[in-house]
Design a protein around this ligand. Sequence first.
Ligand SMILES: Nc1ncnc2c1ncn2[C@@H]1O[C@H](COP(=O)(O)OP(=O)(O)OP(=O)(O)O)[C@@H](O)[C@H]1O
Ligand SMILES: [Mg+2]
Length: 128
Amino acid sequence: MIGPPGAGKSLLASCLPGILPPLAPAEALEVSMVQSVAGTLAGGRISRARPFRAPHHSASMAALTGGGLRVKPGEVSLAHLGVLFLDELPEFHGMVELLHQDILLNDNGFSVTNRVHDNRPASRTPRH
Ligand SMILES: Nc1ncnc2c1ncn2[C@@H]1O[C@H](COP(=O)(O)OP(=O)(O)OP(=O)(O)O)[C@@H](O)[C@H]1O
Ligand SMILES: [Mg+2]
C-alpha cells in the first residue's frame, strides 16, 4: 500500500482480518497445529479465523522465524494460511530479504537460530 503519511495505510491493513475468508476445515487443522506448538491455541479450541500477524519492526529474527532453546514457531509460521503484515517495511532492516532467502532455500521450511531444522509450514513466501 502506497500513500502519504496519515492516508490510512495502517488503518486499512488493520481492517483486513475482518474480510479474510474463513479457513476450510483442513486448513483450520493446519493452523491449529502451529498454534498448538506455539502454545497459543485458546482453550485447545480449533478456530476458523484466518491468522493475521503484524509483528513490530523491532522484532528479532528469532521472533520472526522461530527458534530458541525450546523451538517455537515464529511470526512467519504463525501467519501460515493467513496474512503476515510488515508495516513500515524498510524499518525491518534487511530481515525480509533474509526471510525470503531462507524460505526459498529451505524448500518452504526454514532454519532457526539454534540451527535446528524446522519444517513447520510457512507456505506463504513474503511478498514486498
Ligand atoms: N479514511 C480514514 N477514515 C478515518 N480515519 C482515518 C482515515 N485515514 C486515516 N485515518 C486516521 O488517521 C490516523 C493515521 O492513519 P494511519 O496510521 O493508518 O496512516 P498511515 O498511512 O499508515 O500513515 P504513515 O505513513 O505515517 O504510517 C489513523 O489512526 C486513523 O485514525
Ligand atoms: Mg502507517
